[in-house]
Design a protein around this ligand. Sequence first.
Ligand code: PSV
Ligand code: MN
Ligand code: MN
Length: 427
Amino acid sequence: MRIDAEFIQSHNGKTLSDHRESFAYLSGKLDRKGVDVSGFIQKISKFQIAIPSWALGTGGTRFGRFPGGGEPRSLEEKVDDVGLLHALNRASGAISLHIPWDIPSDVDAIKAHAASHGLVFDAVNSNTFQDQPAQAHSYKFGSLCHTSHAVRQQAIDHNLEVIRHGEALGSKSLTVWLADGSSFPGQMNFRKALQRTLDSLKEIYAGMPEDWKLFVEYKPYEPYFYSTVIQDWGTSHLLASELGDRAFTLVDLGHHLPNTNIEQIVATLMMRGKLGGFHFNDSKFGDDDLTVGALKPYQLFLIFNELVEGMEDPRSTNPSPAWMIDASHNLKDPLEDLLQSVEAIQLAYAQALLIDRPRLEEARESNDPAKAQELLQDAHRTDVRPLIAEARLRAGAAIQPIEAFRALEVRKRLIEERGAKSISTGL
Ligand code: PSV
Ligand code: MN
Ligand code: MN
């Protein structure tokens, strides 16, 4: 199914006067503060967030999965689902594929299909954390770090194959997340495992086209529970630095131990020009993959404070980071979950753009923590929802995407089309 512009327009008609009133009030206030509201809305509209192909089905835990039905059964249908999101919010204009879950059977056809929804292909992701049926060697004891040369070679070859798929699709980056690690003290020689990982990554890096970037993701634990080879941003940064100018660290918000100061990690990586990309989600414990902003919207805002500072600094050498959601849970409709996540990211970004940076810097230079807090919280406590809605309205999207999704009974229609038992590939 597709959502046509006429439906969006008529749905918007129901809330247009309410929206106009709240937008006029907020833009008047911002105008008086000297904010260029139109420029601001343009920035919001330009900010596109890639959707991972594996978040379109109902997520599971190792205890069970409760699919809601109507899940995409093919890559084409995954693209259709992202197309639905993009039609509703005009902020999800890219899809990120995971190979081998998403190997295209006809590249030209899938590219044309994506283009018909206004979508491009974002980073491609390799998978050396699961064994595939026809695979010669097992990843049970690691992939790029493995003690056996044959296993490492298989994992390197897989990554090179993922790059080839990505090239055909028009992607420009590869994200590598490794499960590699150990569950028992003494099981693994840390130094050798890291060295082997670096050597393997060098071969992958050498196989990338000149205009590609390599993103190295880190995670402190899971699936192994004693050690992970690329456990933290420092290890990822070390690898990216050794690899070269086109290798970067990728920060996944859920890949930190509780209370880690992620915003400081972001600032440090940006200072070094090494922040390549982001996987947004939210968590209480670790890699919970909950809806972005569901638990800690203030932390998200503080992260965006650093991102905006880094992005707007003319002396910064950091390339524009790749934005992606990496969230999917087992209770909500996955498409509603993603609409909520995109909006939470936009809200945090908009609030961070509102921070009075010259005055914040003044407060910092004069060691005035109370003033600094006032300035941050003044931005964070501004209800910027009308600005995001206005950005959507101007782009031809829905003022209220979830309301529109429900009014159109999208899930019911997807179930009719695809069946109540269709299950998407992914975790
Ligand atoms: C691992 O937890 C991760 O965050 C990586 O980004 C993977 O590629 C993704 O989830 C899906 O398995
Ligand atoms: Mn991730
Ligand atoms: Mn994760």
